[in-house]
Design a protein around this ligand. Structure first.
Ligand code: FCB
Length: 472
């Protein structure tokens, strides 16, 4: 047994704790024009030269629109409780307003019914970034009209599917949409203007709040929430400039979203910093944004280290680095969850995404992705630590079920626990998927026997030990 192996008895997670896997529509579906689907901003963005690292696009992706039944069987086989997926807005309402597309709605209805038939809870996200391109022509998220189109979209989907859904998320990662889409322009729609980005972020938050209000007014009982991408921010040194910049970056990433949701106001220091680029806010907007929610989702990948001197060199951390160039930092997840619980009156929290991109090799029908397996195991352990410190956690979902189109990185980065051969579309469970399945089986057995929780072997020596849970 290698010296680095750490045995850890995880608690038996609560009976109602939800284990899942996650995907998003644009990253897996393909079929961009099938059965009346309209173009999304990502279809358009992919055609800009140089926008996607490998020059690829979402035209085929994982062919999920054709292969959804096979994919649901895979999910069932993993033994998860829930599947987090998103609806492509331009598949169900091609122009973002006007006529709805019956065939698009039928697709998601089949998917939801297919999940329920397999006893898997459907966790639906309305906006995982693929805005109808026609709405972008009118300003996209920078236009206040888009807010009202989003509320209509939320109402239409909920009227059709709400009675069968376990959860509805309004937006996935509004920071990414606004900042990467409208400020740095490295994501769709590729705009580079800070004032536009900040107006977009306000409209995203407003549309979230108004959608929650509208769905509640219609009497829907489906749990409603939003998903944020958050990281703890650590100053590179104790120098005042580093500490000050760290506070600002924390303000822009975390407080900019958490404060309006839970305190009804944007943080003063960030508003002051933005100056003329701060968004126009109308009366009543902040009250709408802070409408109480049923859950909050957090996507966690790594921490951020902030230096006033410029970008911090991740290689100086001495830690394992993923294929995205992100530091593996599981304790940051505990720190983040505890801080959210301490600083805000949060509803039950989910980790709605967590996972790693690593270079995988398919050999003789196996992918020995022990780095990914250990990544997931160590982050589940970090969730357990947060729960021990009193945080109410409702669930954990792995990003991602399948290797897929990783936005501006194209197909070069693989996050799946299931390998996808993009030539044959053949799916293969990686070792991380086999481990997750074993872990969930052990959790469920422990639940049923009311017996001891499984002990997990956690290790940095990713090719040295089996991280399978063992009963003792
Ligand atoms: C998140 C996105 C998800 C995926 C992961 C790696 O920001 O929500 O679609 O790309 O990162």
């Amino acid at each position: 047994m290698p010296a680095q192996a750490i045995y850890r008895r995880l608690p038996r997670f609560p009976d109602e704790f939800v284990w899942g896997v996650a995907t998003s529509a644009f990253q897996i579906e393909g079929a961009p024009t099938l059965d009346g689907k309209g173009p999304s901003i990502w279809d358009t963005f992919c055609r800009q030269p140089g926008a996607i690292a490998d020059g690829s696009n979402g035209d085929v992706a994982c062919e999920h629109v054709r292969r959804w039944q096979e994919d649901l069987d895979l999910i069932k086989d993993l033994g998860v409780d829930a599947y987090r997926f998103s609806v492509s807005w331009p598949r169900v309402r091609p122009g973002g307003s006007g006529a709805w597309n019956a065939k698009g709605l039928d697709f998601y209805e089949q998917l939801v019914d297919g999940l329920l038939a397999r006893d898997i809870k459907p966790y639906l996200t309305l906006n995982h970034w693929d805005l109808p391109d026609e709405l972008q022509q009118q300003g996209g998220w920078a236009s206040r009209d888009t807010v009202h189109r989003f509320v209509e979209y939320a109402q239409g989907i909920t009227q059709r599917l709400g009675d069968r859904l376990a959860s509805i998320t309004t937006h996935n990662e509004p920071w990414v949409i606004a900042v990467l889409g409208y400020e740095t322009g490295i994501f769709a729609p590729g705009i580079k203007d800070r004032a536009t980005a900040m107006q977009a972020t306000h409209h995203l938050m407003l549309s979230h709040g108004l959608a929650v209000q509208a769905l509640r007014a219609e009497g829907h009982a489906t749990p409603l929430g939003i998903v944020l991408n958050l990281s703890p921010m650590h100053a590179a040194t104790d120098a005042p400039q580093d500490l000050e910049k760290t506070r600002l970056e924390d303000g822009r990433l975390l407080r900019w979203y958490m404060d309006p949701l839970f305190k009804g106001a944007y943080p003063d220091d960030v508003v002051a910093y933005l100056g003329d680029d701060a968004p126009t806010v109308q009366s009543g907007d902040m009250a709408a944004i802070s409408t109480p929610m049923d859950f909050l989702g957090v996507n966690y990948y790594s921490r951020s280290v902030i230096s006033a001197q410029g970008p911090w060199d991740v290689n100086s951390s001495g830690r394992e680095i993923t294929d995205m160039g992100w530091e593996v930092y599981p304790e940051g997840l505990t720190e983040l969850l505890v801080r959210m619980h301490r600083d805000y009156p949060v509803p039950p929290l989910y980790v709605t995404e967590n996972g790693g991109a690593f270079k995988d090799h398919l050999q003789d029908g196996r992918v020995h992705d022990h780095q990914r397996r250990d990544f997931i195991a160590r982050h589940i352990s970090a969730v357990a630590d947060a729960m021990e410190q009193g945080v109410h956690m409702a669930g954990y979902m792995v990003w991602s079920l399948l290797d897929n189109f990783e936005w501006a990185s194209g197909f070069e980065k693989r996050f799946g626990i299931v390998h996808v051969d993009y030539t044959t579309q053949c799916r293969t469970l990686k070792d991380s998927a086999l481990w997750y399945r074993d872990f969930l089986r052990a959790q469920k057995a422990a639940r049923q026997n009311r017996g001891p929780a499984p002990t997990m072997v956690l290790s940095n020596q990713h090719n040295a030990v089996a991280a399978a849970p063992v009963q003792d």
